[in-house]
Design a protein around this ligand. Structure first.
Ligand code: HEM
Ligand code: HEM
Length: 171
């Protein structure tokens, strides 16, 4: 498989970024909820999970910036022409929003460390949380579109474009 995106499928670099970042984001939403909502302030485990949350978040930020750089030089394979144009626009808008949030969420997380205490606790922290859950909901919609709608209902090969070693069914 080519490293670069081809006309009908994503290349190996885009796929590696996609699946690695997706796994890290989903892990960090769970970890963020767990350390912040379920563990008491005085519990020493809270610090360990909190620091792991920060480390994973910074990794997501760095990987997403590298991914965006790669993506700007590698246009996405055009969606099948059989898809109605409003669906294609909707998919592209969702992907742009996912890119925006996967950079903004960790940046806001980091801002809680540098912002003055009150601002961090009452403004930046809650915005970070709110946008993190928005990213999660958007990702769930995205997964439902890829697996539920494309793979199971319409039975086209859009999911295969992001899976290594599959046949996209197009020349
Ligand atoms: C992929 C990146 C990230 C995701 C998806 C994410 C997600 C979350 C979630 C879901 C929560 C818990 C919300 C709740 O209490 O219900 C949270 C809390 C928190 N996260 Fe992140 N986070 C990310 C990156 C970061 C980074 C890089 C930092 C750096 C310091 C950070 C710092 C925090 C802090 C301090 C809290 C507690 C906020 C508060 O007490 O209001 N996060 N995060
Ligand atoms: C947090 C989780 C996820 C995030 C943030 C995410 C983000 C993205 C983004 C930004 C794109 C557009 C790529 C580009 O054009 O450069 C994309 C494409 C794609 N994603 Fe995800 N994704 C996630 C999870 C998943 C999962 C779990 C699946 C399937 C089970 C999936 C299936 C796909 C597929 C099939 C495409 C290609 C769509 C096309 O052909 O245009 N994604 N994803």
């Amino acid at each position: 498989m080519s490293r670069r995106n081809a006309s009908q499928r994503y290349g190996s670099v885009a796929m590696t970024f996609h699946w690695l970042i997706a796994a890290l984001i989903l892990t960090n939403v769970g970890l963020g909820y767990y350390f912040n909502e379920m563990l008491a302030e005085e519990n020493p485990v809270r610090k360990v999970f909190g620091l792991t949350h920060v480390a994973i978040g910074i990794t997501v930020l760095l990987l997403s910036l590298a991914r965006l750089r790669w993506r700007l030089k590698n246009p996405a394979p055009p969606l099948p022409a059989a898809m109605p144009s409003w669906e294609r626009r909707f998919a592209v808008t969702t992907h742009h929003a996912l890119y925006g949030l996967m950079i903004l969420v960790p940046v806001l997380g980091l801002s809680t460390i540098v912002a003055p205490h009150d601002l961090a606790g009452h403004v930046v922290g809650p915005i970070h949380e709110w946008l993190a859950y928005s990213l999660f909901v958007l990702a769930l919609g995205h997964i439902a579109a890829a697996v539920g709608f494309h793979f199971m209902i319409r039975r086209d090969r859009v999911l295969h474009r992001m899976l290594p070693g599959t046949d996209t069914g197009q020349a």
